[in-house]
Design a protein around this ligand. Structure first.
Ligand code: SF4
Length: 553
């Protein structure tokens, strides 16, 4: 048994507790001791079974006892460091904890930070938790969120409780739940924005957390809102994509549905444009139709995209209208959405508030050490309003900085080993966790991304932003299909041995350049990757029409 800090007597007690939990499970449990899943979930499962299907194990687990009520099992198992079945990991993910065994007796924890906007005191608390309970760092994710790794199993519940103390309870950040809501990181400070999305994101965040029957969807679910402005949110890669537009009736959100770029699909247009005050009820109704109609018997086809493929957009919208009890407004947009420039947020930018600036800070592939987290909190507080804004580009912004404080802030960032300048390559370099911390990875994405940038930067000068995304497996956390150069982890046969490498895709894009990248070369070994990418970029610079973007080349 691993060293958990518990005495032998306590460990015996916990073993007994777990035996009791096992004995109370399923049909052995008296009804009064069980907590039933929500009716809508049970009804959807019943329909799937009546149609001749067999529920997948995850659905069985939801049916047995609501995973949010299984905190007692999670804490008891964490105390004795035993998660022998994948389904136990599935339960833990409802509480934000991802067990990474058997390779490591440890958890990953994904936070819930609405819109990616934090206060300095929260960031300091996050640093304290990283120091006491995780690997001494946190990673900025491609959903403008943070993740801890290397959490000893016995400390997993402690991390969740301490995050709750900070107002950042990570409930539902894994498994079949609604992930952290992504939104424009410059909300409220951007002269080009159409609407400040912060109050809407906050309302939706709390609605989800407080609505028990929105936990336990057929599969995971992503929501993003763009209020317009300088920084791309990649909302069209989400299940619900809301984009602010100007209409004759005022500001509305264009509703697109079913984005899932790992399955090569952007969110599709619905023709619906909703008022800001309708964001919460319409999202709720969409989620309830998904709960009723989503697949419970095949995990590979359980995302919203497949419901839309089966029902069609019109029938789906009618079902949403039935839930809402009123029609959804179909409005013709009178203006195009405000489309941001490609990863142009690093550096110093004017805010809509006169005399104030925000500064885009480049991280090294999203990783922030405890010292950097604390240092950023101090700088945000000393020179600005104490606000830290994470981006989907694995970078961050510090906002509300008076012009006169910029030099001191720059010095402070330099002292922390963080930059406010990035080359056209580094500003758009994105990598998922990869083999260093994820059991699905075919390649060590973060290491190879760093090597790639170190190789390319001194050898080639790029005059416009390029996105290079490295993703370790088909789950595509780093969204390789929407990158100018997208690299998907692959095992490469080399004589007798197998080495890490990538399938090379080019020509993807998001926002105004929306396009799924195409595969041009399979199985490039990681140690051959840098010269291959260099020649690709050189060929583009040599042969492009004047200022032609890589995306169009
Ligand atoms: Fe892990 Fe795959 Fe996601 Fe990378 S893309 S973090 S390897 S699941």
């Amino acid at each position: 048994m691993p060293d958990t800090g518990f005495s032998p007597e306590q460990q015996e007690y916990l073993k007994g507790f777990m035996a009791g939990v096992e004995a109370r499970r399923g049909s052995l449990a008296p009804a009064s001791e069980r907590t039933a899943p929500p009716d809508a979930l049970r009804a959807a499962q019943d329909r799937a079974v009546a149609a001749g299907g067999k529920l997948v194990p995850q659905e069985q687990a939801k049916r047995e006892r609501h995973p949010l009520d299984r905190w007692d099992e999670l804490t008891a198992r964490a105390a004795i460091g035993r998660f022998p079945k994948p389904i136990e990991d599935f339960i833990g993910r409802y509480h934000g904890l991802f067990y990474v065994g058997p390779a490591q007796d440890a958890f990953m924890c994904r936070l819930r930070i609405p819109g990616g906007i934090l206060s300095s005191w929260q960031l300091r608390g996050i640093a304290d938790i990283a120091e006491d309970c995780a690997g001494g760092y946190a990673d900025v994710t491609t959903r403008a969120n943070l993740q801890y790794r290397e959490i000893p199993a016995a400390k997993g519940p402690e991390v969740v409780m301490r995050l709750g103390d900070l107002g950042l309870l990570p409930r539902g950040t894994g498994a079949d739940n609604i992930r952290n809501i992504t939104a424009s990181p410059t909300a409220g400070i951007d002269a080009a924005e159409l609407i400040d999305t912060r109050p809407l994101v906050r309302a939706l965040h709390h609605h989800i957390l407080a609505t028990r029957d929105l936990f336990g969807l057929p599969r995971k679910f992503n929501i993003a809102l763009s209020g317009g402005g300088a920084v791309e949110v990649l909302q069209e890669t989400n299940d619900i994509a809301l984009t602010a537009i100007e209409t004759a009736e005022g500001i509305r959100f264009r509703l697109n549905l079913g984005g899932i770029t790992g399955h090569r699909d952007f969110a599709r247009a619905t023709g619906v444009a909703i008022a800001p005050e309708d964001v919460v009820p319409v999202c709720d109704a969409i989620l309830r139709v998904f709960i009723a109609e989503g697949c419970r018997t095949d995990r590979a086809r359980a995302r919203l995209k497949y419901v839309l493929d089966r029902m069609g957009v019109d029938a789906f919208l009618h079902a949403v209208e039935d839930r809402l009890g009123r029609p959804l407004p179909r409005l013709a947009a009178t203006g195009a959405p405000v489309m941001p420039a490609k990863h142009g947020h690093i550096g110093i930018h004017a805010q809509k508030q006169p005399g104030l600036r925000y500064i885009g800070v480049a991280t090294r592939l999203g990783r922030l050490t405890t010292a950097q987290l604390r240092g950023l909190a101090d700088l945000a507080e000393r020179h600005g309003s104490g606000t830290i804004r994470l981006t989907v580009w694995q970078n961050l912004l510090l906002s509300d900085i008076p012009e006169a404080a910029i030099p001191a802030l720059r010095s402070g960032l330099t002292a922390l080993g963080l930059g406010w300048e990035a080359s056209a390559l580094r500003g758009g370099l994105v990598a998922c966790t990869g083999a260093a911390g994820c059991k699905f990875a075919a390649s060590d994405t973060k290491r190879h991304a760093a090597e790639l940038a170190d190789f390319l930067d001194p050898r080639i000068a790029i005059d416009q932003p390029i996105n290079i995304h490295l993703t370790g497996c088909h789950h595509s956390c780093a969204q390789h299909y929407i990158a100018d150069i997208g690299l998907l982890g692959a095992k490469v046969e080399r004589g007798e041995e197998t080495v890490e490498g990538y399938d090379l895709h080019i020509g993807g894009g998001a926002g105004p350049e929306q396009k799924i990248g195409r595969l041009i070369r399979k199985a490039v070994a990681h140690d051959e990757l840098s010269p291959v990418v260099l020649s690709l970029l050189q060929a583009w610079l040599r042969t492009r029409a004047e200022a032609e973007s890589f995306h169009l080349w």
